[in-house]
Design a protein around this ligand. Sequence first.
Ligand SMILES: Cc1cc2nc3c(=O)[nH]c(=O)nc-3n(C[C@H](O)[C@H](O)[C@H](O)COP(=O)(O)O)c2cc1C
Length: 317
Amino acid sequence: MSNERDAREDPRLRVALAGLTLRNPVLTASGTCGYGPEYDEAIDYRRLGAFTTKSVTLEPRPGNEPARIVEVRAGLLNAIGLANVGLEGFLAEKLPFIERMPTTVFVNVAGHRIDDYVAVAAALDPHECIAGLELNVSCPNVADGLTFGTDAGLLGQLVSEVRAAVRRAKLIVKLSPNVTDITALARAAIANGADVISLVNTYVGMAIDVRSWRPLLANRTGGLSGPAIKPMALFAVHRVYREVAREAGVPLIGMGGVTTAQDAIEFMLAGATAVAVGTALFVDPTTPLKIAGGLSAYLDERGLGSVSDLVGQLKIE
Ligand SMILES: Cc1cc2nc3c(=O)[nH]c(=O)nc-3n(C[C@H](O)[C@H](O)[C@H](O)COP(=O)(O)O)c2cc1C
């Protein structure tokens, strides 16, 4: 598959996502590309399907102590700890750049209380340059210590309260894979008003230094991402699509190790309407653009009129 093609003008790559039209189905994943300015030199945003920001919380957060990131075989372990500028800092310092970004922008929202998510979502919703709000639910709730995204009841409550505060922006709920049955969480999110489901966030893991006998991450554990998780992420998309999302008519954004056009095609065949690229940006920030070019070449090869013709077409009779 050629990665050389310029995907900018290929109308076959346009996808509809919950009433939005994306230029192509390749997005950036939250937390791997800052708020936009950081990658302005490296990525031609006019050629991106959509840009997703780092998580924004109500208050600024310094994040965890270093080491916060460790390279492991075929992936990364990170324990950044939601380091971010906070809502006020985001509105003052980051939003002006986002207003000028020539692509669809999703802002990722995180919190440790339902009220915090609601406050951030309600403050961001009126800004028309933000097409969608993506809820990062892989955070513990201070009220009971449960992670929002691992308890269907708590997730349902969170999504319902945020939904009531969000009138304009699309509501994307980003699922954690650290659960026994991810379809139960997808069901809870959809029943309470999610417009789109994105999946997956990182898998909990750890790495140990055999010289010091200590964990390599100061936080002890971290989130595993990159090619190491791709087969598991693909399976999660496949299950959520077939068991919940297809029937509900809710589109999926698939992610977890997407590095090549072939990866993107696999996720789309499994049921994703779009894919997001995270860890691969650290190797080559232009990966999403190359993937879009590879999708165009694949459509040529297969004689397909639209990339949407791939969605959910996995043959499993
Ligand atoms: C360094 C790093 C920071 C991340 N920060 C966030 C974040 O702030 N919010 C979030 O929802 N996901 C965050 N993620 C998860 C990614 O958005 C993505 O779901 C995950 O890494 C799987 O995709 P990938 O294998 O392409 O990286 C982060 C991932 C990495 C590697």
